[in-house]
Design a protein around this ligand. Structure first.
Ligand SMILES: *Cc1c(COP(=O)(O)O)cnc(C)c1O
Length: 445
């Protein structure tokens, strides 16, 4: 498998390099040079496959002979060891539950697969690899769980003290083993600045092998395509036009859907659902892409003002790859033919959480509720479709907001309740780089 930078078609690397590097040096994003279609034999046997077997088939097709069959099997089986069930609400609408992994959010798919792939490519290295990751909450939890006890890899998570939810903090600080949480006396931006400086520190890098677990890593995108195929498997016998409605922030999830479509998944249409951070719905409507600072909402994992995967979406619809930015009217026309955008504010989202409960007796989280609203709007004009709403996280992850909106207690899954009694272990850290780099050298060498 070869990958190119969305900013330069001539910059080509293999999968190992793309996974360890994360970002190409030109600040583009890595994309597969070739996105082959799955063979018809795959679709013939699809009804009998589970999500793990689907993942193996998709990887075999996309990765070619990059990874030997038994290793590939092992990677996918270890990473994707939980289901993504479809819950039918009525004849038109269904929920694709993506929260059955360890951190209860869809990011588990990407983080676990990335961990396995890095561990595989890291074999034979004498020195451990250290993953540095700054988090404002959700990503850190998925990365920590994903890399937990992965041989040869250590994870150092930097989070802003007092600025993540109590539950998120527990997810970062209670695992131990190869996971260390640094509690930084500053903001998320301070955490990110420390990580960035570490990557620029040649002295540190000559001593310690470091890599990032960035959300734009191609290895996080690939496994997110698996559940689109698995969802199709679960509803294909209904014979309806299939629409995927994706609550979006950085648009990795939706981009993975486009990838599945390119590989031959019969999708009728995609819906980009956002909160008030609506730069992509605005682009789809007006044709101008105007990034702006994000605003805070209750669906905070989607509070993104300049979605990083937008460059990949443009590239997928572009006939001239590797050019970077959207200038071309043809791209816009093609994209809006395949994707509709809708945005909703917090009060409307809260009402949707309540009405999904009253109408269907289903507890949907605020991110999923934005998706519900978007699908409902789309289906007003397209009633002959079956819409799948991607439920990106378990509602219990947003307990405080959910209990306020529902005006009562919500169900807390056992694995989440258990973590509340675990003991937090963190290393307190200031925002100065010297303290951070000394800590790394003292503790990782
Ligand atoms: C990360 C996240 C999103 C946004 O996903 P993107 O791939 O960035 O669009 C939506 N919902 C939840 C719960 C998330 O954690």
């Amino acid at each position: 498998m070869q990958l190119y930078s969305t900013k330069n078609l001539d910059h080509k690397v293999d999968l190992k390099r793309a996974v360890f590097e994360g970002l190409p040096p030109d600040n583009g994003l890595y994309m597969p040079v070739s996105i082959p279609k799955l063979p018809s034999s795959f679709f013939e046997k699809l009804p009998d496959l589970n999500i793990t077997e689907i993942g193996i088939e998709v990887c075999r097709c996309l990765l070619g002979d990059t990874i030997a069959e038994t290793d590939l099997r092992n990677i996918v089986e270890t990473a994707i060891n939980f289901p993504a069930p479809v819950m039918q609400l009525d004849e038109q609408k269904a929920i694709l539950e993506l929260f059955h992994g360890p951190s209860l959010a869809f990011k588990d798919f990407g983080a676990r697969f990335m961990a396995q792939l890095m561990s595989y490519f890291n074999q034979g290295e004498e020195q451990d690899l250290t993953i540095l990751v700054a988090t404002s909450g959700d990503t850190g939890g998925a990365v920590a769980a994903g890399f937990y006890q992965t041989p040869g890899i250590r994870v150092v998570i930097l989070y802003p003290s007092g600025k993540v939810s109590p539950l998120q903090e527990k997810q970062l600080t209670t695992l131990g083993h190869n996971i260390t949480a640094l509690e930084v006396d500053g903001t998320f931006d301070d955490c990110q600045a420390l990580v960035k400086q570490a990557f620029l520190d040649q002295d540190l890098r000559s001593k310690i092998r470091i890599s990032s677990a960035n959300s734009i890593n191609i290895s996080r995108l690939i496994p997110q395509s698996f559940y689109y195929f698995d969802a199709y498997r679960q509803v294909m016998d209904q014979g309806k036009k299939l629409v995927f409605c994706v609550p979006s922030g950085n648009f990795g999830n939706l981009t993975a859907g486009l990838l599945a479509h390119k590989m031959g998944l019969p999708v009728h249409h995609f819906i980009a659902a956002t909160n008030s951070n609506d730069v992509v719905p605005a682009y789809l409507r007006e044709g101008d892409y105007i990034p702006r600072p994000s605003v805070r909402t209750i669906s905070n994992a989607m509070d993104v003002g300049n979605p990083s995967n937008f460059a990949r979406m443009i590239d997928l619809f572009s006939t001239a790859k590797g050019r970077g930015v959207p200038t071309d009217n043809g791209i816009w026309k093609d994209m809006k033919g395949m994707i509709s955008g809708y945005a909703f504010d917090d009060p409307t989202t809260e009402k949707a959480v309540q009405s999904v409960k009253t109408t269907y007796n289903y507890t949907i989280d605020p991110h999923g509720a934005v998706g519900y609203l978007a699908l409902d709007s789309y289906q007003a004009d397209h009633p002959d479709t079956l819409g799948l709403i991607l439920e990106t996280a378990h509602p219990a992850k947003f307990r405080e907001d959910m209990e306020r909106i529902m005006d009562g207690p919500i169900h807390i899954p056992e694995r989440l309740a258990a973590i509340e009694n675990d003991i937090k272990v963190s290393v307190k850290m200031g925002i100065g780089y010297k303290e951070f780099s000394s800590w790394l050298k003292d503790n990782l060498l």
